[in-house]
Design a protein around this ligand. Structure first.
Ligand SMILES: Cc1ncc(COP(=O)(O)O)c(C=O)c1O
Length: 364
């Protein structure tokens, strides 16, 4: 039996517990949009399939131009990568040069993987409301000019959105600030708190984006970093020249140009998010946090590992336990927002199994 996964979306592990094929699972564990991949992306990948015969353009000119156009930034400030995960690794190499790197807790576990690869042990900032991480950071006795900060906005796993002015206030004090905006595109432009447009102003700011979640293409691996050219030129000397494949280039260009798909996603999410929050909050043992994007962190009075196992065995539904998130343990789970009928199936299944489960244990 495989050990409990540290990321969501491990269908092989879940299918083993559910005794079914991975395709038969209803997967709420990975926060991927149910609308994608967009038709435009499928068409582009099919049309450009034979590009796999060539090495990708190591300068990624067409893709970088499309990203630069999308965000209205200079092309020299853009670097595509093999998922946000690859770019987080290079950001971690820079962060590891600082006296310490502050990270939010709970937070995405891959940050520690990347930092530890370069010998850096992070210092945690508590993050259970929108402002306590900032108070804790500014109250540190260390010289913040010599420190790094790796933030995630909107925040995984809580779903909180930090006001970008909060980030501005730390940018002038902290030596290097990396903002992972992997979920920011789920917010329509009028609600976005992206700091991409501050790149030319702050040499110590790096923003990382992912096409995985919004365009539903985790298997293709595409993300990008936006930063001042000096930073990106340094990263370029460290990495494999072809880390983004030719099909991901075609997919990325098509995705960023697909304004119809973007609008559809914002419309779907506004309604589905409201509905799902209401349904989860109506179950007495559950307290969902009011998330702003396509997932919810939910506090549960019953054991979440038992809930996860029962949902798999009895309903073939896969939720994300929070055992790999510091401080959450057996008392929280995270679920993606999917189509309304699927969300309803989840809520009914939870209501069905909860009464039979033991109380949450204190194992964290
Ligand atoms: C906050 C956050 N950042 C980055 C990533 C990695 O994204 P990618 O698939 O682009 O590597 C994830 C994936 O779960 C994530 O949750």
């Amino acid at each position: 039996m495989m050990s409990r996964p540290v990321h969501g979306g491990n269908l092989a592990w879940a299918a083993g517990l559910a005794h079914c094929a991975p395709a038969e699972l209803l997967d709420f564990s990975a926060s991927i949009s149910p609308l994608g991949p967009p038709r435009s992306v499928r068409a582009a990948v099919q049309a450009d399939f034979l590009s796999v015969r060539d090495y990708p353009d190591p300068a990624y000119g067409d893709l970088r131009r499309a990203i630069a156009h999308h965000h209205k930034v200079p092309i020299e400030s853009v670097m595509p990568g093999n998922g946000a995960a690859e770019l987080l690794t290079w950001a971690a190499r820079d962060l590891a040069q600082m006296e310490t790197c502050f990270c939010l807790s709970p937070g995405f576990s891959d940050y520690d993987r990347a930092l530890q690869a370069f010998g850096c042990v992070s210092t945690k900032l508590p993050c259970f409301n929108a402002s306590n991480w900032q108070e804790s950071l500014l109250g540190q006795s260390l010289d913040l000019e010599q420190c790094g900060l790796l933030l995630n906005n909107p925040h995984n796993p809580t779903g909180m959105l930090f006001d970008r002015e909060q980030i501005r206030s730390v940018l002038s004090r902290v030596g290097l600030v990396v903002v992972d905006e992997a979920f920011m595109d789920f917010l329509p432009p009028e609600r976005s708190q992206s700091v991409i447009d501050w790149i030319s102003e702050f040499e110590n700011l790096v923003v990382i984006r992912s096409l995985t979640k919004f365009y539903s293409m985790p298997g293709l691996r595409l993300g990008y970093a936006i930063a001042q050219p000096k930073t990106l030129k340094r990263w370029q000397t460290w990495r494999d020249p072809w880390s983004v494949n030719t099909l991901a280039i075609s997919a990325g260009i098509a995705a960023l140009q697909d304004t119809k798909f973007q609008r559809q996603t914002w419309d779907w999410l506004a309604a589905a998010n409201r509905q799902m929050y209401k349904s989860l909050a109506a179950i007495p043992e559950l307290s969902p946090l009011p998330g702003c994007v396509n997932f919810f962190l939910v506090a549960c009075e019953k054991s979440v590992t038992a809930l996860q196992e029962n949902l798999l065995k009895r309903h073939r539904i896969y939720i994300r336990d929070c055992m790999s998130f510091e401080g959450l343990g057996d008392r929280y789970f995270r679920v993606a927002v999917k189509m309304q009928d699927e969300n309803l199936r989840l809520v009914r299944a939870i209501a069905d199994v909860l009464p039979h489960l033991p109380e949450a244990s204190d194992v964290i």
